[in-house]
Design a protein around this ligand. Structure first.
Ligand SMILES: Cc1ncc(COP(=O)(O)O)c(C=O)c1O
Ligand SMILES: N[C@@H](CCCC[NH3+])C(=O)O
Length: 445
């Protein structure tokens, strides 16, 4: 009954209750309050290993997997990634700090971003990140200046806009020539000449990322072909053989029964084959192949739990909406991308679905609808709604809209529960507020 492509590996139903990681989720909702997010450690580690093993199996030269932390980052998740032999793709000073506090090896980090600040570039240089992925010429000029006095040359990759329009939601397609990210192919020579002349920088390779939630492996293979052709061109023009090729992340995951399954092995095979073919065609040595999956590593490991707190009925008695105690502040994806999800009642998972019902979040927006026309049993007040595939781009994009504390995050494994991020408190929310200075009010003058 549970679709294994949507729910964590350890998910099972027992006497109508949803269990994950050896723990009954309704009891967790009671003990830790809702909304609540859980991560199944077995599923998370399994996906990380699947990527590493699949690349090692299909690609005959060195490869690396960097977890794209924007999908979900905290100290514990960074530690798991490090333990599993993954590097990290990071995009901000505070993400670098999380990695540092987690004890992550800085040389396994790539710093991305189209608008990096000087402070972020400084931190990357001072802490010795594995590579800065340079997005544009303005950033490059600042990096050249900042790196000038550094003892070791800073490795850099150049982000290329490969002019490939990925078939995904427009908001998350990033590979078109006019997308905001990266150098158009024709603009690469200027950047390369600047880097080759900069003593503080070492040009190590090329990067592209065409978007997220992509199922067409052909588009990812095409990205590799563009990058290898550019590597060959650089060798011909400048006599340098760059050693790293990073075609980004982006492998899609299913959120509903109707969507295709995630195929990590097929993805690795397609990328490895495309790289080998392109390198053979250009007589180019196989580079280090670095991939950056985010969603396909953590989405399915995560489940979100909400409590049904109220309902809306039509005049004829039809149930129209279940109102739950979370919504767009902890998961903006339905409102932002019309994303669909799959859910069940974690405390009555064996009750047959009745008429489709929508699940409304608690925030002051009509667009705050977590699920539209979901096949759920007629819910009672107090029921616990479990949403599958909730690990990626939910908590990492969470807000405190309507002054709502962000949910706690638990790591579950073999019946053990670890709080890896506590629930935000009201005091946390108010901690930045400062009252008006005690002066006369303008009216009283
Ligand atoms: C540069 C870069 N790498 C990797 C990723 C990870 O993408 P995904 O979570 O779809 O694997 C992203 C996000 O789309 C990204 O911007
Ligand atoms: N936030 C997007 C993915 C963006 C990927 C970041 N480059 C989503 O939830 O689908």
């Amino acid at each position: 009954m549970l679709n294994p492509h949507l729910w964590p590996d350890t998910a099972r139903l027992e006497a109508g209750q949803l269990w994950v990681g050896g723990v009954a989720l309704p009891a967790l909702a009671e003990a830790y309050a809702t909304p609540l997010y859980i991560i199944d450690e077995v599923t998370l580690r399994g996906a990380m290993r699947a990527y590493r093993h699949a690349l090692a199996r299909h690609y005959p030269a060195p490869s690396r997997v960097h977890y794209a932390s924007k999908a979900l980052l905290n100290i514990a998740v960074a530690q798991v990634a490090q333990q599993e032999g993954l590097g990290l793709d990071l995009v901000s000073a505070a993400e670098l700090l999380v990695a540092r506090r987690a004890g992550v090896d800085m040389t396994s980090i790539h710093l991305h971003g189209n608008a990096k600040s000087d402070a972020e570039l400084h931190r990357a240089l001072d802490w010795g990140v594995g590579a800065v992925v340079v997005d544009n010429l303005d950033e490059l000029e600042r990096l050249i200046a900042l790196s000038a006095g550094h003892p070791q040359p800073q490795p850099v990759l150049l982000r290329v806009a490969p002019d490939i329009a990925a078939h995904t939601h427009a908001h998350i397609a990033t590979g078109a020539a006019d997308a905001k990210f990266g150098f158009p192919l024709a603009a690469l020579p200027v950047a390369i000449e600047r880097i080759l002349a900069a003593p503080g920088l070492h040009l190590r390779g090329l990067h592209a990322h065409i978007g997220s939630q992509i199922f067409e492996l052909g588009q990812l293979a095409a990205t590799v072909q563009v990058l290898v052709a550019a590597l060959a061109q650089i060798r011909a023009q400048y006599g340098v053989t760059l050693e790293e090729l990073s075609p980004g992340g982006g492998l899609g995951v299913p959120y509903t029964d109707a969507m295709p399954a995630t195929d990590i092995d097929g993805y690795a095979q397609a990328l490895a084959a495309a790289t080998q073919q392109a390198c053979a065609a250009h007589n180019f040595p196989l580079p280090l192949l670095t991939v950056e999956p985010g969603r396909s590593i953590i989405a399915r490991a995560g489940v979100a739990l909400y409590r049904v707190v109220a309902r809306k009925f039509a005049a004829d008695g039809r149930l129209l909406y279940l109102h739950v105690d979370g919504g767009m502040a902890d998961n903006i994806r339905p409102a932002l991308y019309a994303a669909r999800y799959t859910a069940l009642l974690a405390n009555r998972a064996d009750a047959p679905p009745t008429a489709p019902v929508s699940v409304a979040g608690r925030y002051c927006e009509s667009g705050d609808i977590l699920l539209r026309d979901a096949p759920l049993p007629a819910a009672q007040l107090g029921d616990v709604l479990a949403v599958a595939g909730a690990g990626a781009y939910t908590l990492s994009m969470a807000s405190t809209y309507n002054m709502s504390p962000r949910p706690a995050l638990l790591l579950l494994n073999a019946g053990q529960v670890q709080v890896i991020q506590r629930r935000e408190t009201e005091e946390d929310l108010l901690a930045r507020d400062l009252p008006l200075a005690a002066t006369e009010t303008p009216q009283s003058r």
